[in-house]
Each structure stands twice: as structure tokens, then as C-alpha cells.
Design a protein around this ligand. Structure first.
Ligand code: F6P
Length: 373
């Protein structure tokens, strides 16, 4: 959708889990906006900085200038902070009796944007944040979305930044685990992030030559994995590496939730430990589990993620300059396109069972726990 409103001041917010490459987006938005003569501000900690009182710690809204975004592209995290507690449409408020309820603060939020003289928002986030961005767009705020997540599970874009860094680091960790697994003749289970989509497990597991990969899209039967381990043993391969996405679940079972707080997404984890314990019981082989968890979100972004972050940030500013509203910038190689925010916010991009990497993994005889070796 295109509108004609002139712009003099824009804001950027980063919401949900951090991902390597966020600072590249912030730098590109700042420099591209400033070079057009616009004021650029950053909202601290998702939307909390604009909703919070004026004495918000570190300032709720900060000026982003050429000086403040210098030397940040190689840094992980986000210099303006983030949160997964600040959904303004379902804002958690504790009642005097201790009970938590969720309230909708959309109107108040839009009022604050107007009061701060902000003409448009560049909202950088994953599926949750993009759904909020779409809601704000429908409520009248001018918004451009930028897709971010290490999980790579956003529809409409070939890739999100953060994913390449997470996969590269997971691959390096699995490579290291091969050495110790071989030396001890053990089964090592590596749990990686990937709440509802198994892209990290699929790509890192395939790149490192894992023997089985368990992902949310394919319910597993551990008997099949145990048989694979026994079969390898018969061939003289005394060790096995199993990569498990945190959202994987057995046939007929549910993924393991380790907690849920009001106003936040459920927290997953623990499947790796269960798989290791059960495989030890089934095969009699000593097993260990390594949970990579939040390590996958840290570190220096790869050059792919830095460049994608810079390209997305610059494209988001160009989209505003060209009069767009309610769109998300998206990688559509070799270019960066704009797709409707609603499309991206609607559903999760899960691993396609016929995608090329999946076919490759099957051809490499990697098990997904669904059929025997
Ligand atoms: O969505 C990105 C992600 O890293 C998921 O893979 C993971 O389940 C979740 O965030 C963890 O979130 P938190 O930082 O709240 O534990």
C-alpha cells in the first residue's frame, strides 16, 4: 500500500528475541534516514520505551545519529534493547489481588507516537512482533516491518538475518562434538533452538553430517533412531550424533514446555535430555546431551547476516521514501522486495518436507526418526 504523507521523523524498534544482525539494521536505518534529512529515534526495549513513563531507565526514546551507530555492525544483540514481554495488544498488568490480566494499549500507543511527532515506525521483529506491527498499521500507524529471527520461520522472505550466524555456530559446535563422541564411542544429543520450525536443526545437522535430525515438522519414533545407532555399531561406528530442535516431539506426543508467563510465548526445552536418556535405555550406549540454547543468538553476525541486516534497513527507509505503508521488506534473491505485512504475520514458515536440503539429507541417509535405517 502506498501513501503520500511527508516524513520528518521516524522511529525504529526491535522486538522479541535478539538476533545477530539487528545492529546492522539499526545503523542502516539511521544513516539512510538521516541522509534524507529525517530525524531517527530508537525506542528502547520493544515498545516499552514509548509506553513507559518519562523517567524510564536509559531514556525511553533515544536519538540515533551517525555517532551513536558507529562501530556497531559487527556486534551481536541490539543497542536499543528488546523484550518479549511488551505486546501492547495484550499488555500484562498485575491486579491488586496479585492476579495478572492482559489489557489492550493500542490506542494509547498510537497517541504516544503522535505526541512524539513520529511519522512512521520501522518495526524489526519475528512473527510475534510483525503481527503487532500489522495490528498497529491497521489501527492507523504508518509501519514498515523488517523480518528478524534466528529460527528463519517467517513467510514471505527467503531468509531472515540471524539464521546464518546461528547455523554456522551450531555447525561448529557439532563438528567439535564429533571429536569427543568418536573418542568415547558415545551418543551425543545436541539440542538447538527452533520453536515451531526445524530450520536450524536441519541446516546445521545436514552441514555437519549428523546421523539423525529431529524437527517439529516430523514426529519421531525413537525406536527408529535406536535401530540406526545399533546398525552403525554393527558397522563399527561406535558413536552417533543426534541433532534435536527444541520443538521436536514424539509421534502422538507434545513438545516439552518448560514455562509460560502471562503475555509471553511458551518457553520450550528439555527434549534433548529426554532423547538422550531414552536412547541410552534403548541402546545401552552411554549418552550425553548438549543444549546450545541462547549461545546460538550471541556472537558476531556472519557477513551474510550483516549484509542482509544492512540491506533490510536501507530497504525499509526506501520503502517509506517511496510512500509504502503496511509492508515488510523481504529477501527475494537477488533483490529485496516489499510484501504485505499481513501475509508475513499470518503463519509460520515451517520446514517443507520436499525442500532441497531435506531431500539432500535423506539422500545422505540422515534419519528424521520417522522411518528405520
Ligand atoms: O524465536 C527465537 C527464539 O530464539 C526461539 O528459537 C526460542 O524458542 C526463543 O526465541 C527463546 O526465547 P527466550 O529468549 O524468551 O528464552
Amino acid at each position: 500500500m502506498q501513501v503520500n504523507n511527508a516524513i520528518s521523523r521516524i522511529a525504529i524498534s526491535t522486538g522479541g528475541g535478539d538476533a545477530p544482525g539487528l545492529n546492522a539494521v539499526i545503523r542502516a536505518v539511521t544513516l539512510a534516514g538521516r541522509s534524507r534529512g529525517w530525524d531517527v529515534v530508537g525506542i528502547r526495549d520493544g515498545f516499552n520505551g514509548i509506553l513507559a513513563p518519562d523517567d524510564f531507565p536509559r531514556g525511553g526514546i533515544i536519538d540515533l545519529t551517525r555517532d551513536s551507530v558507529r562501530g556497531i555492525v559487527h556486534q551481536g544483540g541490539t543497542i536499543i534493547g528488546t523484550t518479549n514481554r511488551g505486546n501492547p495488544t495484550r499488555f500484562p498488568v498485575q491486579q491488586p489481588d496479585g492476579e495478572w490480566i492482559e489489557i489492550d494499549r493500542t490506542e494509547e500507543l498510537i497517541g504516544r507516537f503522535n505526541a512524539h511527532g513520529i511519522d512512521a515506525l520501522i518495526s524489526v521483529g519475528g512473527d510475534g512482533s510483525l503481527a503487532i506491527a500489522n495490528h498497529l498499521h491497521q489501527a492507523g500507524l504508518r509501519v514498515i516491518g523488517v523480518p528478524k529471527t534466528i529460527d528463519n520461520d517467517i513467510e514471505g522472505t527467503t531468509s531472515t538475518f540471524g539464521f546464518d550466524t546461528a547455523v554456522s555456530f551450531a555447525t561448529e559446535c557439532i563438528d567439535r562434538l564429533f571429536a569427543t563422541a568418536t573418542s568415547h564411542g558415545r551418543v551425543i544429543v545436541v539440542e538447538v533452538m527452533g520453536r515451531y520450525a526445524g530450520w536450524i536443526a536441519l541446516d546445521a545437522g545436514t552441514a555437519s553430517g549428523a546421523h539423525a535430525i529431529l524437527i517439529p515438522e516430523i514426529p519421531y519414533q525413537l525406536d527408529n533412531v535406536a535401530e540406526l545407532i545399533r546398525e552403525r555399531e554393527r558397522r563399527g561406528a561406535k558413536f552417533s550424533i543426534i541433532v534435536v530442535a527444541e520443538g521436536a516431539a514424539p509421534v502422538g506426543g507434545h513438545f516439552s514446555i518448560i514455562g509460560q508467563t502471562v503475555g509471553q510465548a511458551e518457553r520450550l526445552g528439555g527434549v534433548g535430555a529426554q532423547v538422550a536418556e531414552q536412547l541410552e535405555a534403548l541402546t545401552g550406549k552411554e549418552s550425553r546431551v548438549v543444549v546450545l540454547g541462547h549461545l546460538l543468538r550471541g556472537g558476531t553476525p556472519t557477513s551474510f547476516d550483516r549484509l542482509l541486516g544492512l540491506r533490510f534497513g536501507a530497504a525499509a527507509v526506501r520503502a517509506l521514501d517511496e510512500g509504502y505503508d503496511g509492508v515488510m521488506v523481504a529477501l527475494n534473491p537477488p533483490t529485496v522486495d516489499y510484501v504485505p505485512l499481513s501475509e508475513a504475520a499470518e503463519r509460520t514458515k515451517r520446514v517443507s518436507l520436499t525442500c532441497d536440503t531435506m531431500l539432500t539429507a535423506r539422500d545422505m541417509a540422515i534419519s528424521f526418526g520417522d522411518i528405520g535405517p
